[in-house]
Ligand binder design. Structure first.
Ligand code: ADP
Length: 545
């Protein structure tokens, strides 16, 4: 505004100078003309006589003869002046009887108005008046203009400050967080727009917050580890599972830790590079004894990547176990079948003496019985694998089962002269009747098989709290050496293979027991000392909880 004002002042000053100057010129001309008209009917001599001794410093009077020679000048010596025949005003006066012109001085500082008339004797009277030129007039006004401009700037500054403050005060006091009051009508559309935008932003923030909460809740409750990386491989976000996989605390990630610092793995690094370049990748890694399937997906809008760590340890173990189991099953089945085939072939080829045939057939019968045990144990295991732990559970009279098992194994126990003692304080558990029978059968069977002659087996069933029943089966048998104790629940694992085989063992009994306990959401413990005996403790729930 100050610039505009300064410009206006200068422009107006210029215009005024120009207008006044024009007016001044016109006045001067009129004055010269009026003065010249007085002498219209005079001749040169009378004029010279009249002005000879009068020195007017206001108007210059010059008399010029008809040839242009200066014969009188009240301000200069006529002889020193050049011929004036070519002067514009003289030329005009020659033709029209009067002539006028305006000329600037060489320095443009002055301007002179000329007015000439023809006299009676054909000579010319020329009147001239010199005044300052428009430039000088303008230069003269400059101090005034500067002064005015300065005043305008000072006043403008003070006034603008006060005015702005006055205008801005109500605007500054507008509280956009509340429903704002409108300070001026002109401000209403602005306030309305801002208020609407504020509401929109609040809604959008709430919406974003909700989404962020949903996403973080999902991420935090996932069992899979998730890591989100930026373009440089720095961790932008990591969930609880991923933190626990890499055993790091969230504070360690504050300075944008790079994923490579967590897992120094070339293949992982290559996959991240490729994912950041926009490709989908997958790989498997082993970390802290666990197996992970790692899935890399690019995130275009982030220019980064999402890495998903799926814990496939159990799956891998199960897969390995299945493979081992298949190999073991084939092996276990092959041995008795080979024996059966061998014995039969020998009998068929008359390679066995008459008196030994019965012996051979007995061996074939034993091997067949072994096969039957084996197959029924395998079938039992696969059945346990398939049936869910919750299926067909009921209140089971556990003491009845134990007594039935004792009855069914009576002959076997008698052979070894092993006595079985049952102490039943609690009569029921919550479970599956037939699998619990299988469990007790295997355990008592083992207690007999791996016992000494005249040994004992004690079976104690008691309630340890509202929800649990404890089953303790202890024998006075050969015991299990410490180094084997951790493996005897594995499928086909036997401490003494020949003893197990001789007594009809398949190596699957305890793994079936463990499986049954697990299906009952129970727990199994083993205490055993070589040559002293073995104690197996099982905790089972006695409620449906
Ligand atoms: P098996 O059919 O060979 O008995 P199990 O799975 O029942 O197979 O048992 C695995 C191994 O654990 C047995 O071969 C045996 O060596 C050992 N074992 C099991 N129960 C007893 C026990 N009560 N006393 C001593 N050793 C045992």
């Amino acid at each position: 505004m100050i610039s505009l004002t300064v410009f206006s002042i200068i422009f107006v000053s210029l215009m005024l100078c120009f207008v006044f100057y024009k007016h001044f010129l016109r006045t001067t001309r009129t004055e010269l003309k009026a003065f010249a008209q007085i002498f219209r009917n005079s001749n040169s001599n009378s004029i010279i006589t009249e002005f000879n001794n009068s020195k007017s410093n206001n108007i210059r009077i010059t008399v010029i003869d008809k040839d242009g020679k200066v014969i009188f000048d009240n301000t200069a010596n006529p002889t020193s002046l050049p011929n004036h025949i070519d002067r514009e005003e003289i030329k005009e006066a020659m033709e029209n009887g009067f002539g006028e012109s305006t000329r600037f001085s060489d320095t443009l500082e002055e301007v002179t108005n000329y007015y000439a008339i023809k006299l009676n004797d054909n000579a010319f009277l020329r009147l001239a008046k010199t005044s300052s030129s428009i430039f000088i007039i303008f230069i003269d006004t400059i101090p005034i203009v500067v002064f005015v401009v300065l005043i305008v700037i000072i006043f403008g500054y003070i006034l603008a400050g006060r005015l702005t403050k006055k205008i801005m005060e109500p605007i500054n006091n507008v509280d956009l967080n509340k429903e704002p009051s409108i300070p001026y009508d002109e401000f209403a559309p602005f306030i309305k727009t801002i208020t609407n935008q504020r509401k929109q932003i609040e809604e959008q923030i709430a919406d974003l917050q909700n989404r962020a909460n949903t996403i973080s809740t999902i991420m935090e409750n996932m069992n899979e580890g998730i890591i989100i990386l930026n373009n440089d491989g720095e961790i932008l976000s990591i969930n609880k599972s991923a933190l626990s996989i890499f055993e790091i605390s969230p504070s360690e990630l504050l300075n944008g830790k790079n994923i490579i610092e967590l897992l120094r793995d070339i293949e992982l690094f290559e996959n991240i590079k490729s994912t950041l370049a926009g490709n989908h990748n997958e790989m498997s890694i082993e970390h802290n004894d666990r197996n992970y399937r790692v899935i890399f997906s690019p995130v275009n809008f982030l220019n980064g990547a999402i890495i998903l760590f799926l814990d496939v340890t159990e799956k891998t173990r199960a897969e390995k176990m299945r493979q081992e189991f298949s190999a073991n099953v084939s092996h276990e089945l092959k041995t008795p079948l080979t024996s059966i085939a061998g014995y039969s072939e020998m009998i068929l080829n008359d390679m066995v003496q008459e008196k030994d045939i019965k012996n051979f057939i007995e061996k074939i019968k034993d091997e067949s019985a072994r096969l039957i045990y084996l197959i029924s144990d395998i079938m039992m295991l696969s059945e346990l694998d398939e049936t869910s732990s919750e299926s067909s559970k009921e209140k089971v009279e556990i003491c009845e089962i134990v007594h039935k098992v004792k009855e069914d194994l009576f002959i076997k126990a008698k052979e070894m002269n092993v006595s079985i003692n049952i102490f039943c304080d609690e009569t029921h558990v919550f479970g599956n009747n037939s699998t619990l029978y299988e469990m007790f059968y295997n355990l008592v069977d083992n207690g007999i098989k791996y016992n000494h002659q005249n040994g004992t087996i004690d079976i104690r069933i008691s309630k340890i709290d509202e929800d649990q029943v404890m089953i303790k089966i202890s024998d006075t048998g050969i015991g299990i050496p410490k180094e084997h104790q951790s493996r005897i629940f594995e499928r086909f694992y036997r401490v003494d293979k020949s003893r197990s085989k001789k007594s009809g063992g398949t190596g699957l009994g305890l793994s079936i027991v463990k499986h049954i306990v697990m299906n009952h959401k129970g727990r199994i413990e083993l205490n055993s000392k070589k040559n002293e005996g073995t104690e197996i403790i099982i905790y089972l729930p006695n409620t449906a909880k």
